[in-house]
Design a protein around this ligand. Structure first.
Ligand code: AMP
Length: 402
């Protein structure tokens, strides 16, 4: 069966078509600058094979419908395309950022499900409307094809109340649903599953700490295969130090900025989400640039690296306490998969807790899951590449066979 995965943002649509017989990627593309005078679509057909072909088009793309139509034209092209007919697509999996408390697992999209996603718009005002646009367009273009919503928040719905409640007036939870939801759930679940596979053990018996370090960063405590705590909270701002997001700060800083720095709530929100994190500390938000700056003697860049890795270590300690026994620590995403220095600094000094990194293995580059700890290390440390599209395709397939 072929599954189309759609990740629809406010001005872009990422898509991938997979053949689930062997999980081969048949096409992978991105429609950008929707609604701007000059839109762009780039699609790689049959990537990684000797028949790989990159198709690029620049033209005005008025809306998501126009963008998806262009994508479908490329997939269906009678000379170069990868499907002969729309009916070749067996199902469509959509990334949906916020499922609130309504969705604990991927779900076939019906009118009621769309209403529930819409109800959660206040919790993700930028993301859920864009995700819904993608769903609407796909339903128009692929009439009768089963569509599945895969939620970023769903994996974390197993977090118990003592971990998801904030110590705020209870009415704020009852009336506004203010609580920890957690995000990056599709990635955490995927790498946890992959970790169980490479360890050769059932996921349901494993306690893991999964660490997603990309532009956004989060850490999850996985107990017997289920998320029991995670660092991102009500919004994707809490927890670890990210590219431009602050992660944890004293909440009283908000009031201080308002009273003393003449900032309104929009400016504070922007400061914490767009101008903080690594960028706030040193002006750079890409870890590769930070390493280059450190090599050139930039002290602020060094501080940014230290602040991020110290925060990682602090959360690892917290989640070890949450779990008691930890079988594995998994690093994933752009920084987690590629940056041995960040991994080593995040785990530095944790030997008394049974975590011993094999520095040679940690220094090697790998696009495959790799064990980074020594044979003696009580806790195994792994690097496991995440693959959100494949994860969504697998989840979609699993929903169909439920
Ligand atoms: P992601 O959000 O998973 O795509 O990760 C993007 C981030 O990963 C970038 O902003 C970089 O900070 C980081 N990154 C990507 N490649 C590397 C690399 N080779 N070494 C260190 N960091 C990297």
């Amino acid at each position: 069966m072929k599954i189309l995965v759609i990740n629809s943002g406010s001005s872009s649509i990422k898509f991938q078509l997979l053949d689930m017989a062997d999980e081969a990627v048949l096409a992978s593309g991105l429609v950008e600058r929707i609604g701007e005078p000059q839109g762009l679509i780039k699609c790689t057909l049959r990537p990684g094979t000797d028949k790989e072909l990159v198709v690029k088009k620049t033209e005005s793309i008025a809306d998501h419908t126009g963008g998806m139509r262009l994508a479908v034209e490329i997939l269906l092209d009678k000379d170069q395309g990868v499907i002969a007919d729309k009916s070749d697509v067996g199902a469509i999996g959509h990334r949906v950022v916020h499922g609130g408390e309504d969705f604990h697992q991927p779900t076939v999209i019906t009118a009621e499900v769309l209403t529930a996603i819409e109800k959660n718009i206040p919790l993700a005002p930028l993301h859920n409307p864009a995700n819904m646009d993608g769903i609407r367009v796909a339903r128009e273009l692929f009439v009768g094809v089963v569509q599945v919503a895969v939620f970023d928040t769903a994996f974390h719905q197993t977090i118990p109340p003592h971990a998801y409640h904030y110590a705020l007036p209870y009415e704020l939870y009852e009336q506004e649903r203010i609580r920890r939801y957690g995000f990056h759930g599709t990635s955490h679940k995927f790498v946890a599953g992959e970790c169980a596979r490479v360890m050769g053990r059932p996921l349901a018996e494993l306690n893991l700490i999964t660490i997603h370090l990309g532009n956004g960063c989060s850490m999850t405590a996985v107990e017997n295969g289920k998320s029991v705590d995670t660092s991102l909270g009500f919004t994707p701002l809490e927890g670890l130090v990210m590219g431009t997001r602050s992660g944890d700060v004293d909440p009283a800083i908000h009031a201080f900025l308002a009273r003393n720095c003449n900032m309104d709530i929009e400016a504070i929100d922007r400061l914490l989400n767009k101008d903080s994190g690594l960028k706030g500390l040193c002006g750079l938000n890409d870890m590769r640039d930070i390493h280059a700056a450190i090599a050139a003697g930039n002290e602020r860049a060094k501080l940014a690296l230290q602040v991020q890795t110290y925060r990682n270590k602090k959360y690892i300690g917290a989640f070890m306490a949450v779990l008691g026994r930890v079988d594995g620590i998994v690093f994933t995403a752009g920084i987690g998969e590629n940056d041995g220095v960040v991994r080593a600094m995040s785990l530095q000094g944790l030997e008394p807790f049974g975590i011993t990194l094999d520095h040679e293995a940690n220094g090697r580059r790998s696009t495959q899951p790799a064990l980074l700890s020594t044979a003696e290390s009580r806790v195994q440390v792994w690097v496991i590449p995440t693959n959100e599209e494949l994860a969504i395709a697998r989840e979609t397939k699993a929903v169909l066979s439920r």
